[in-house]
Design a protein around this ligand. Structure first.
Ligand code: SF4
Length: 198
């Protein structure tokens, strides 16, 4: 992100956001980062524990999977813009551990305020929704991942989208074979995204 760019200014505004209650228990707003304009914009669900501490999106275990999948699909993270549908880490305490909690409809809707502004600045040819929450934030409806993934989706005003899995879902797979298959599926979807975005 360039200094004094519209995105830097937007991120500075979002740092003080209190539009929903999620700011109260999180360390900081985790805004998007990357190129603007960019042909591909990726939207995840929300920052995780490590992202919350670092203040950067997709730097934890899911981010490492995403980086590897991008590389295998021939995409460079430096050439895309990556953000989340919800910019604060929603979690609940289990002992001393902060465990991810899915944001609700109202929180997703309130945070769409920032996502809309990012889209206007980034002007992506293609928005890739990583997982069902991001897809819901972008379309306002629930999409079936198994049916819709990898296909071009028409979002609004001609904006093209695509749905694929959230990389964290690969971490939750029960065994190594399932993880490898899910990873290959993510790489195939990202390669398709690269084709669509040109
Ligand atoms: S989650 Fe989004 S809307 Fe809610 S306080 Fe954070 S930045 Fe604002």
């Amino acid at each position: 992100m360039k200094t004094n760019s519209p995105l830097t200014q937007l991120a500075a505004e979002a740092a003080g956001c209190e539009r929903c209650p999620l700011y109260k228990d999180a360390t900081q707003t985790v805004f998007g980062e990357g190129l603007a304009p960019a042909s591909i914009m990726m939207v995840g669900e929300q920052p995780g524990d490590q992202e919350d501490r670092a203040g950067r999106p997709f730097v934890g275990p899911a981010g490492q999977i995403l980086d590897r999948a991008l590389g295998d699909a021939g995409l460079d993270r430096e050439t895309i813009y990556i953000t989340n549908a919800v910019k604060h880490f929603k979690h609940e305490m289990h002992g001393k551990r902060r465990l991810h909690k899915r944001p609700n409809q109202d929180e997703i809707k309130k945070c769409r305020w920032w996502l809309d502004k990012e889209i206007v600045i980034v002007r992506p040819k293609l928005i890739v929704a990583l997982g069902a929450t991001a897809a819901q934030a972008l379309t306002g409806r629930k999409l079936t991942l198994t049916r819709e993934r990898g296909k071009a989706l028409s979002l609004w005003d001609g904006q093209q989208g695509m749905l694929t899995v959230h990389p964290s879902s690969i971490l939750r797979m029960p065994d190594e074979t399932a993880r490898q298959e899910a990873f290959a599926g993510l790489v195939a979807d990202l390669a398709r995204a690269s084709e669509i975005a040109g």
